[in-house]
Structure formats: C-alpha cells, structure tokens
Design a protein around this ligand. Structure first.
Ligand SMILES: [Zn+2]
Length: 275
C-alpha cells in the first residue's frame, strides 16, 4: 500500500522564512495531499489540499480573502483532487474515507468535492472549532467557512481507535484502517490535533509528517522549528518535541515526507503531468 502524493498549489517563499539559518534563496513550496488505495477501503484521501474555495469566489469572508492574498498559493491546474483521482482511475464518489491531519485551510479546501466521505480527524479539535468565534478560529489559522456544514455527522474520531505500535520505535499510533497498515501518529505543536501518518508495512516505513517542519532539510539536519514557524504554532515547545521525534524516526532508517517540501519525492506524481 504505497501512497501517492499530489501537489495542489505552489507557494513562493524565501528559504530564510521556513528554515532556521536558511538563506534568502526563493523556494517554490508544494502543498501536498495524498491518495492511498486500500484493498477493502478503496481509495483513501489524505487531506484535500488547497483549492479555489480559498483563492476565488465573492462569497469568501474578508479574512479568507486576506489570508489567500498573504499566503499567495498558485493552484496547480491538474493538481486538484478530482483531476488527480480521475487520472488514477477513480471518481470522487469512490472515496469513502478521508484522513484529515488537521484543519488548516490548505488541508480542508477540497473537502466539498467529497460530500459522502467519512472524515477521520480529531473530534476534540473539531468541537473546539465549532464552539469558537470566527476571530478566535482565525488566530488558529482556521476558517469555518471551508468546512462542510454536515461535518459533525461525518467525523470519525481518531482518538477512539485502537493503538498499534509503529515501526522504528516511533511509538503508538491509531490504527486508521483496522489492519495496522496506516497509523495516525500524534505530532502536536503545529496545530491543534495535528497528526502524521505512518505507512507501517512498507519495506522502508514511511512517516508523512505533514507540517511538523516546512522543508526536509530541517529534518535531515535536525534543525528545530524556530521563527516564524513558532508564530503560527499552537504550542512551539510541543512542536520541537514532534520535530525531534520525526528526525529520530528518519535517523533509524525511516522515510519522511512533508506537506510543503519543494523537492520531488519518489511518492509524488510526476511534475510534468501534474504541473
Ligand atoms: Zn498546517
């Protein structure tokens, strides 16, 4: 069960902003989401990337318009989940399960394409989002307007699933698909309820560490997240512990993929047909 990652949008930033001790070189960050095809669950989506619900449309709130201007994602035309799924031979209706690693805009923007999927996510975080004002959510980088209105009935709480030990001493993870192949690994700090995904059965176990770090170089060099990542983190100290845990997993022989690293990975759909 090898995951495939697609790039929904490019974000141009200076390396200095995303890597402690980086230089002023401009990077074109990716915004990944994934698809994994399970023998019984079928195609499972991992987050849903950026989409036009963030960058277009008059109905957006002023805050969302400002966020889109500030982050400046350039949507990849062939990188939308429906296009990518079609390329892989599936319709959006075939996706019965979406794993949502956290509720930031660049992970939830495509959810509206999948009105019938169950969403595996952190229920406590979702309930907190529902209970807060728009302004309070804004401080967490969350826009309720991007979340489907019936999400409350479709969420499966990851916290309620069985614990399974992940390989390479990564620790326990929640068994998302019931067979130990895909484990949700608690990686707190970046956002409330943020978790990574361990593909435990691969010959070289893979950890999709999502937004623990912006670029893989920070994991490889074991540089801890600093300014300005700490500004957006909900818990900077927890984020450092999570970054260490990911670095240790890699040092023990595991593979690591991040949401935003600019380099192509062996798990990415080829850029030529995805750009
Ligand atoms: Zn995030």
């Amino acid at each position: 069960m090898i995951p495939i990652f697609a790039n929904s949008a490019g974000i141009r930033v200076s390396e200095k902003l995303v890597l402690q001790g980086g230089c002023w070189t401009s990077l074109n960050l990716k915004t990944r989401y994934g698809v994994v095809v399970h023998p019984t669950h079928g195609p499972v989506l991992i987050d849903s990337g950026y989409g036009p619900s963030v960058t277009e449309g008059r109905a957006r709130s002023l805050a969302l318009k400002a966020y889109a201007r500030m982050t400046g994602p350039a949507l990849v035309p062939d990188g939308a989940p429906d296009v990518v799924l079609r390329r892989l031979g599936y319709s959006c209706d075939a996706v019965r399960t979406i794993v949502l690693t956290h509720f930031h805009a660049d992970h939830v923007a495509g959810l509206s394409l999948f009105p019938n999927s169950r969403i595996m996510a952190c229920r406590t975080t979702f309930d907190a989002i529902q209970a807060r004002s728009e302004i309070a959510n804004l401080r967490h980088g969350i826009f309720k307007e991007l979340l489907p209105g019936d999400l409350t009935d479709r969420i499966v709480d990851v916290a309620g699933l069985k614990d399974v030990q992940a390989p390479l001493r990564l620790g326990p993870g929640k068994d998302l698909l019931g067979d130990g192949s895909l484990l949700a690994i608690d990686l707190p700090g970046h956002a409330e309820g943020h978790f990574g995904l361990c593909f435990a059965r691969l010959e070289k176990p893979l950890l999709y560490a999502v937004d623990v770090q912006w670029v893989l170089k920070a994991v490889v060099d074991q540089r801890l997240p600093g300014f300005p990542a700490n500004l957006v983190a909900t818990d900077a100290e927890a984020g450092k512990m999570s970054a260490k845990r990911v670095a240790q997993f890699r040092a023990k022989g595991g593979d690591v993929v991040l949401c935003h690293d600019p380099e192509q990975t062996p798990y990415d759909l080829p850029e030529t047909s995805n750009a």
